[in-house]
Design a binder for this molecule. Structure first.
Ligand code: ZN
Length: 327
């Protein structure tokens, strides 16, 4: 058995897609039949969850996703999922998932330098101001980076031309946040001295959109909170304006409005099954966008609630006056 699948599922995939089938502790990774069929590559983008009968292609131009049935229809012409999915195992895993919160860390370990607030006073002040002078201890914020040079040194980050040009600016004017799967540092400028306000530094290969994550108070919940900006989730996490933290599993941001990619990343990498999603929306994104998002992703989203801040452009613009729309 591989998760919920009979052993011959792998054999079947090899027959259909070639020998390049890999398995991790959560997914089968193989060539995408929609966009990579017959192509020779060093890595492929189709992820098939081994706990839930769903798939997703993380190739930026493809992003095909859906139930295993849909994948098998593509491969076989009709649904033969019953031949491969062990129904008892599926029921057992669905039950177990509630208590199983182990994290897969396939990426190599990345270290973050200790926060030195007296050496980086402006960065420290910026963080305090963005966190509304709450009692959060800046030095304990997960993945926060002030000393960019030290971070590059201690992790042997390759300094390519782009980083070479940005390095001094990053060291002087940016705070960084290491993403959950250690693939990216999301940098945010602390003043307006430079036209570049954000910078994403890719430090390791990842086939999916990586994200910054904060834990909620209920690890068994299927409720997740998403926002475009890191400070949106910080503000809600700290002040709990919506009074939901007790029931939330996680808060995530990818410094991107690609919510569909973010949702897929979280389903596949946090193993959240059919999440109830709460989006803290920027004012600029209309409800039509979310209606489409819900419509095309019905198979993986249980519920979608979108909040706007009536008195600000986003959720870091305090005090927040939330208005809720159930999509
Ligand atoms: Zn694809």
């Amino acid at each position: 058995m591989i998760g919920i699948y009979q052993d011959d599922f792998i054999e079947y995939l090899k027959r259909k897609l070639g020998d390049h089938i890999k398995t991790s502790s959560k997914n089968i990774i193989c060539p995408c039949p929609f966009c990579e069929f017959g192509e020779e590559k060093s890595h492929y983008h189709m992820y098939i969850s081994i706990e839930i009968p769903i798939f997703h292609c993380f190739h930026a131009n493809c992003e095909k996703s859906g139930s295993l049935k849909k994948l098998l229809k593509k491969l076989e012409g009709h649904d033969i999922s019953d031949e491969f999915v062990d129904k008892e195992k599926l029921a057992e895993i669905t039950k177990q998932r509630k208590i199983f919160t182990d994290q897969e860390k396939t990426q190599s370990k990345i270290q973050v330098p200790i926060i030195n607030s007296s050496k980086f006073m402006l960065k420290d002040m910026y963080m305090k101001q963005r966190l509304k002078f709450s009692r959060t201890t800046i030095g304990l914020i997960k993945g926060l980076i002030f000393d960019v040079d030290a971070f590059i040194e201690m992790n042997d980050i390759i300094v390519d031309e782009g980083l070479f040009r940005m390095r001094e600016y990053l060291q002087q004017n940016f705070v960084g946040f290491l993403t959950e799967n250690n693939s990216t540092v999301i940098f945010r400028i602390i003043d307006h001295s430079h036209s570049v306000r954000f910078y994403k530094l890719k430090i390791q290969q990842s086939n999916f959109l990586d994200y910054y994550k904060l834990s909620g108070n209920n690890q068994n919940s299927n409720k997740i909170v998403l926002a475009e900006g890191i400070f949106d989730i910080f503000t809600e996490h700290i002040f709990d304006t919506l009074n939901i933290k007790q029931n939330i599993k996680l808060y995530a941001s990818a410094l991107s409005s690609k919510y569909i990619s973010l949702i897929h990343s979280i389903i596949f990498h946090e193993q959240v099954f059919q999440p109830d999603i709460i989006i803290l929306s920027d004012r600029g994104i209309g409800r039509e966008y979310y209606k489409k998002l819900k419509k095309y992703n019905k198979h993986i989203i249980n519920r979608l609630d979108v909040y706007y801040n009536k008195t600000g452009k986003d959720f870091n613009d305090t005090p927040v006056t939330p208005i809720k729309y159930t999509i």
